[in-house]
Write a protein that binds this ligand. Sequence first.
Ligand code: ZN
Length: 195
Amino acid sequence: MEQAKLNIAVPIEISARHIHLSPEDITILFGKDYQLKRIKKLSQAEDFSAKETVEVEINEQSIKNIRVVGPAREKTQLEITLSDTYKIKTDIPIRLSGDLEGTFGFRIIGPAGVVIKEEGAIVAKRHLHISPDEAKKYGLENQKIVSVLYEGIREIIFHNVEIRIKNDFHLAVHIDVDEANACGLKTCGLGTIVM
Ligand SMILES: [Zn+2]
């Protein structure tokens, strides 16, 4: 099928499994007034990889060494891959970040305490981050869907990539490790937005 290229080069970044924590949950898991230790700044907003990891239990199955991504968020959210869901024999929905209603619950085990969440476990839906200025320049609208081509020996077009516009976003597509493996992407790469 012929694809009309928009010819917008877009960085493709890979999200490994990780967890975002609320301020209350950081206190329970790590102690009062605990500050997450920043290892590496991530591309969007103020996000950073923290030194801290936690263990998570879903459906009585454990996943260890889940990286915490800071800063604290309003709601705790666990992001794992479909491969993880097969290992833990649990059907976790594919959702955009923040869309947590009716998702699976889990337990978080930290050095200072344990938190039980009623919901918040998702497999992240692939998406494109972009600032309002860049979106205007390229004619892209919030929540619209684009497709992204990644060329190479495992060439793939990712369809259903949802556009997310925010002031502190920068142009980048986020996929998870399963999707990255499917197209042979090891770290980060450059794709093209196609119609
Ligand atoms: Zn993202």
